[in-house]
Design a protein around this ligand. Structure first.
Ligand SMILES: [Cu+2]
Ligand SMILES: [Zn+2]
Length: 198
């Protein structure tokens, strides 16, 4: 008796699974495009250690908030930053030499990151520039700004100290970089900071 019951139950179960399988196959066909796209995304996901997502801390009594992401791909590092709480107008953004944002005024991050011992300047200038001299950006009337920057002169955790941005800090200034004043462009107080760490 028990054996018969069990057999019947098994038959039901198999039917159920079969039904499920058929439905699964139909779904699979419909989702072919999606599956293909997922497969294509896989190699990129394997490089996840080459992406840094950082949140800035407000400094010097500012209300600045924001996120900065760095992503290395094919020998290029792309930075994307989004800030809020800024004063309207121009602001300088640099990489400073030390991943330490502990000081109230952000001075613990040190001077501009300058591994190649060049004068301060505008990025790409023949007269020289620091590897941290990203430049200026504009905040809108609401105090929001998006900054995008990409360069092959940086890397994320490579062996070349003149390129590795890990261990540095991102600093946003109250004012504008004049690209000439030494050693840091006279951009004023440091209003946001984040250490670049893994
Ligand atoms: Cu700076
Ligand atoms: Zn500089």
């Amino acid at each position: 008796m028990n054996y018969i019951k069990l057999t019947f139950l098994s038959a039901c179960l198999i039917t159920l699974v079969n039904c499920k399988e058929t439905k699964k196959n139909a779904d699979k066909a419909a989702d072919t495009m999606e599956t293909e796209m997922e497969n294509m995304a896989e190699p990129e996901e394997m490089q996840e250690d080459k992406t840094l997502a950082l949140s800035v801390t407000s400094k010097s009594d500012s209300n600045v908030k924001g996120e900065v992401t760095f992503k290395e791909e094919n020998g290029e590092v792309m930075m994307k930053a989004e800030f809020s709480g800024l004063t309207e107008g121009d602001h300088a953004i640099h990489l400073h030499e030390t991943a330490d944002c502990s000081a109230h005024d952000g001075k613990s991050a040190g001077g501009h990151w300058n591994p190649t011992d060049k004068p301060h300047g505008k990025w790409g200038d023949e007269a020289g520039y620091h590897k941290g001299d990203i430049g200026n950006f504009v905040a809108d009337a609401d105090g929001n700004a998006t900054v995008e920057f990409a360069t092959e002169e940086w890397c994320i955790e490579c062996d070349d100290d003149s390129k590795n941005i890990v261990g540095r800090a991102v600093i946003v200034h109250k004012g504008k970089d004049d690209f000439t004043s030494q050693p840091s462009g006279a951009a004023g107080a440091r209003v946001a900071c984040t250490p670049i760490t893994k």
